[in-house]
Design a protein around this ligand. Sequence first.
Ligand SMILES: NC(=O)c1ccc[n+]([C@@H]2O[C@H](COP(=O)([O-])OP(=O)(O)OC[C@H]3O[C@@H](n4cnc5c(N)ncnc54)[C@H](O)[C@@H]3O)[C@@H](O)[C@H]2O)c1
Length: 330
Amino acid sequence: MFQTRLLSKSQVQSLITMSEVLDAVEKTFKGMGDGTVINPTKVNLDLGETASYPPYGGFMNAMPAYIGWLDTAGIKWAGGFFERKKHGLGYITSLILLIDPKMGNFKAVMDGAHITNLRTGAQSAIALKYLHPDKNIRIGLYGAGMQGHTQTMAISQIFNIEKLCVYDISPDAARKYAEDMKNVVQGEIVIAKDPKEPADADAIICVTQSKDKFLKNEWIKPGTIVFPMGSYQECDDDFILSADKIIVDHVGQCLHRGALKELCEEGKISERNIFATIGEIVAGKKEIKRNKNERILCIPIGTGAMDIAVATIVFQKAESKGIGGTYEFE
Ligand SMILES: NC(=O)c1ccc[n+]([C@@H]2O[C@H](COP(=O)([O-])OP(=O)(O)OC[C@H]3O[C@@H](n4cnc5c(N)ncnc54)[C@H](O)[C@@H]3O)[C@@H](O)[C@H]2O)c1
């Protein structure tokens, strides 16, 4: 009989650091680029996120993956629910299930929210490592919530953040973020009053639930890299259609969710408009020679592969330290 390890959120938190996540995310991007990571397009269950029925305003995604460099497989079941925010809870919920890829037995079940948050930060930080060769960076951040925090934590481990300008529709969220991140960001943190202000940056990161296309084409200067990472469209159509290069983490997923979804449905954007995947760049299959005036649109919409890789490292450490309960489950 096989043993399945069960790990709570606090146990997961105690078992993984952002620097381990950055390493795992980079190796997994490489695997996506060289074909040793298998990541089918996520399946979306609409619980009223866009559909009129059922009326819960949320969604869940099923995100399976196989990771060659760890010889592991699993699935993340993750979603976002506005109702939780009314109760002071995080927007994202998530559970990760790991299997043995040969026998199919269930190796672990663990809370996935912390892993999701860390790997979401690490995805853009690793993409930036390849797209922005300078060590110094100025960041414009829209959305001072959970993902805003982990984006900052990850980028600050690779770059010297000279300045970070943050805008949030909730001034309280922006103030809390600035307080939380004051010892993480190397340079100054500026709270923007005008949503145009953060756009004056080397990299703009959007991690909001906005559907308003608030980031305007005319705000974005030559040479900027824009990461619209929210689940809906945060930048306007003109920017998407005029960006010099579009880079994504997963072609199928990015055409059906997030920034490109609407334009894809209208037939204005397709696979042909995508210059490269992040994986192809990390694996050295596509070279990115930056012209300093190019405006780049980079969309790490989030893949199960990152979650399964990080969860496997958490599982391996839990096994070696004897952390978490086990139960029999064939
Ligand atoms: N790409 C990925 O891999 C990935 C992973 C996890 C979450 N997400 C997405 O990231 C987004 C944020 O998630 P979170 O967990 O940080 O949520 P959160 O609720 O903790 O934070 C979101 C913040 O955005 C702010 N906001 C909303 N609309 C805004 C606007 N127009 N301008 C500026 N700020 C605005 C909110 O006030 C809030 O403070 C969601 O869309 C979520 O689905 C993406």
